[in-house]
Ligand binder design. Structure first.
Ligand SMILES: Nc1nc2c(ncn2[C@@H]2O[C@H](COP(=O)(O)OP(=O)(O)OP(=O)(O)O)[C@@H](O)[C@H]2O)c(=O)[nH]1
Ligand SMILES: [Mg+2]
Length: 324
């Protein structure tokens, strides 16, 4: 599972500045022997710098999911959205740097302890500062990578595996987002051009027998090679859907011919999930066939659709239980 709060990713310079700023806050104290005082102060500064950098890197390393923390759906989405190996490499590099900085601090503290002149202590302290900074500066590309991936991880919705999932699918512009806005509290963007929805939207339908997760997904075209946006929809159907509401727009105001939409429907049915077929935009055109007619715009047929969804879901649960 992807944590709901993924730590923000600072820039290298911010980590360096934060560490030095904290080290400058160390209280001054009186000690007669100047060499001793310089040693204690230098050691304290190194310890603070190490602790601040370590804490920052640790928060990131521990706050981001590993491959086996992910559900099947999350993993498939992550593989689709970014290069997972490079993500793992970046996390490993942060961890490596975290250890290197601790080793560096230990090494310089030991050297400072055995120094016999103030000048030597100052040189050692400055050498630590330089090497510390370059370790953190070397993280810049990895931090940039993680900052981008953070946004992509955040777009993957959390699916509660204990609750049923209904995916609303179909060609672009057929009214999927308008439908989810009618059956859940979600208010996604609705517009009269294709691919308005580029990410998966999750809404909750408060059913009579409990909550049902409803996913409004991007439109899918009837073609072999699909882009990343279309593939998000397919992953949702394949990996988490218990039921699919497939919307056909017979009015073709979506901009796509009905026979293309029918071909996509056949392909989706072949995935093997249960499918409720509906024809939307019934306020414009109602064809003479068996399918449920709805209008996401006027609300016509929406109550019947919700009843059908609930019947299908509950039917599955009864069958599921008796199958044990
Ligand atoms: N007349 C009419 N227009 C509708 C109906 N449902 C949706 N629309 C219109 O169809 C257009 C597309 O609606 P959306 O809900 O954004 O469609 P979508 O399937 O989510 O589209 P993508 O996100 O691009 O895949 C909008 O202009 C809606 O106002 C309907 O039942 N009747
Ligand atoms: Mg949409």
């Amino acid at each position: 599972m992807i944590p709901s709060r993924l730590p923000g990713i600072p820039r290298s310079q911010e980590i360096i500045d934060r560490a030095f700023r904290q080290s400058n806050r160390i209280q001054d104290f009186y000690k007669k022997d100047y060499l001793e005082k310089d040693k204690i102060k230098s050691i304290q500064k190194i310890q603070v710098i190490e602790a601040v950098a370590r804490a920052t890197l640790k928060r990131i390393v521990q706050g981001y999911p590993q491959n086996n923390d992910l559900t099947d759906f999350e993993r498939n989405m992550a593989y689709l959205l970014f290069d997972f190996e490079s993500y793992e490499r970046s996390l490993r590099r942060l961890k490596w740097t975290m250890n290197k900085i601790s080793e560096l601090a230990t090494e310089y503290i030991r050297k400072i302890k055995s120094a016999s002149e103030v000048d030597k202590v100052d040189t050692l302290r400055k050498a630590f500062y330089g090497r510390f900074s370059s370790y953190i500066e070397d993280l810049e590309d990895y931090l940039d990578d993680l900052r981008e991936i953070r946004l992509l991880l955040r777009e993957i919705p959390y699916i509660d595996e204990k609750l049923p999932v209904v995916v609303i699918a179909g060609f672009p512009n057929v009214g999927k987002s308008m439908l989810i806005s009618k059956i859940t509290h979600l208010k996604p963007e609705i517009a009269s051009y294709p691919f308005t929805t580029k990410k998966i939207n999750l809404g909750i339908l408060e059913g009579k027998l409990g909550k049902i997760q409803v996913l409004d997904v991007p439109g899918i075209l009837n073609r072999k090679k699909r882009n990343v946006i279309e593939r998000k929809a397919l992953i949702a159907i394949e990996k988490v859907a218990n039921l699919v509401i497939f919307i056909i727009d017979p009015s073709e105001t979506c901009g796509y011919p009905v026979d293309e939409q029918e071909k996509l429907l056949s392909e989706i049915k072949a995935i093997g999930k249960r499918v409720i077929e509906v024809e939307n935009k019934s306020d414009i055109l109602k064809r003479n066939n068996e399918r449920l007619k709805i209008s996401a715009l006027t609300g016509e047929g929406i109550d019947r659709l919700i009843n059908l969804v609930e019947d299908e879901i509950n039917d599955r649960e009864i069958k599921g239980n008796s199958g044990i």
